[in-house]
Design a protein around this ligand. Structure first.
Ligand SMILES: Nc1ncnc2c1ncn2[C@@H]1O[C@H](COP(=O)(O)OP(=O)(O)OP(=O)(O)O)[C@@H](O)[C@H]1O
Length: 401
């Protein structure tokens, strides 16, 4: 049995009315033939511009939405046919959505969700205390959530997502709106879960520094389709998002100029008679360049290294549609529309855009953890929270936390 989430040929079509409320309904693909591999013990990133299909994908993986075509297998279990068993293995933390009940205290929420996951009582009591401590809510544990600030509610949502110690954790903008120290603690917890507990994590985040810090492998999607995949370093290298080394030579000579030219660097005279040598390269070239300049008799007056930015790489990918980056040792299959079409509706999927929970008896919809966890229309999760707001996952300068 494979211990991973395996997504093959995933498609999700939503009915839309392009010409107003009285116009005809047409189907629009939010996800269009995606293949993803989310193994245990790794944080896998899912990136793309607004509307790329990230949240839709995560909702399907969380069994909150039915795929229109394709399959999702969690440790070999089909996410549609074996939805109940799948829900026991996963949990979801969505930063933009309220996923807890406001008419309960923080502690009651964790107790309630823990019971839905059948966490034994003694274990749940201990875990509830630990989780409240972890997210800095011990002092507010017995306060009604309606009196929590947005950040506090978000922190409780994180605790709720960890209450069943999931084998797979789906994180959709988990640090949205969090204070920097809590966001940092969450990153530490996520890294720890993957490295030490072997949890498989799927992360979408607006903060690309967060993605870079945590993710061993990143999928980039656009308009619901696969665009690229690889480690953050590979994505940056493949898009020309290189480190920049700026070295100031105070006494430039023919020999130092020859060195700069041999490295493929650019040279720029400075007003004080010195010269600025600039080298963009995927590897760390500061040491070799400095050594060569000094070896050629030059004196170094300053050295500055600017790291390549994953944000630049993702924007380049999304804008240019560069496809086919594959990490050699870690490559899953690339997205293939044909695969999705061949798979067809192997999951018995609906194609009408309905949420997975609709059409079931209310007790079942209300009683299942993953459904109670989310707030898409038609499911039985807390309905007193705002719907997830649209936000830029790349493009905003948010990587400084
Ligand atoms: N219930 C729905 N009905 C119709 N269209 C939808 C629905 N949900 C999502 N879409 C559309 O599907 C596409 C993908 O949306 P999705 O929310 O998955 O993107 P995203 O990558 O998560 O975007 P963001 O970064 O803005 O959160 C968008 O064009 C969106 O408008």
């Amino acid at each position: 049995m494979t211990t991973a989430i395996e997504v093959r040929g995933l498609r999700k079509d939503f009915p839309v009315r392009d010409k107003g409320i009285l116009g005809p309904r047409t189907l629009k693909s939010a996800v269009d033939g995606l293949d993803l591999d989310i193994p245990r013990g790794r944080v896998t990133g899912l990136l793309g511009l607004n509307g790329a299909g990230k949240t839709t994908t995560i909702k399907i993986l969380a069994t909150l939405l039915r795929p229109s075509a394709g399959t999702v297998r969690v440790d070999g279990l089909d996410a549609v046919a074996d939805a109940r068993a799948v829900r026991r293995r996963i949990n979801l933390i969505a930063g933009g959505e309220r996923m807890v009940y406001s008419r309960m205290t923080g502690r009651e929420n964790l107790w309630y969700f823990g019971q839905l996951y059948d966490v034994p009582r003694a274990e749940l009591r201990r875990r509830t205390g630990e989780l409240l401590e972890l997210v800095g809510l011990s002092d507010a544990a017995d306060t009604m959530v309606e009196r929590y600030s947005r950040g506090m509610t978000q922190r409780l949502t994180i605790a709720r997502g960890l209450v069943n110690r999931p084998d797979y954790l789906l994180l959709d903008e988990p640090t949205l709106g969090l204070d920097a120290p809590i966001a940092r603690d969450l990153r530490r917890v996520v890294a720890d879960l993957a490295a030490h507990d072997g949890t498989g994590v799927l992360l979408t985040s607006h903060y690309l520094a967060e993605v870079e810090e945590l993710c061993g492998h990143v999928y980039v999607i656009s308009a619901g389709r696969h665009l690229a995949q690889g480690s953050p370093a590979e994505l940056k290298a493949a898009t020309g998002s290189h480190r920049t080394v700026r070295l100031t030579v105070t006494d430039p000579s023919e020999r130092t100029r020859a060195v700069a030219d041999a490295f493929g660097a650019t040279r720029e005279p400075l007003p004080d008679g010195g010269e600025l040598i600039t080298l963009r390269h995927p590897d760390d070239m500061a040491g070799p360049l400095t050594a060569a300049v000094v070896g050629a008799g030059g004196s170094v007056g300053g050295l500055e290294i600017a790291e390549a930015s994953l944000e630049d790489a993702i924007l380049t990918l999304a804008e240019s549609g560069v496809a086919g980056l594959v990490s050699p040792e870690d490559a899953g299959p690339t997205g293939s529309r044909a695969a999705g079409e061949q798979n067809g509706s192997a999951s018995g999927a609906a194609s009408d855009g309905q949420e997975a929970g609709s059409g079931r008896c209310p007790a079942e919809a209300a009683g299942t953890p993953a459904e109670a966890a989310g707030t898409p229309a038609g499911t039985a999760g807390p309905s007193d929270g705002p719907a997830g707001s649209r936000r830029a996952t790349v493009g905003a300068k948010g990587g400084s936390r």
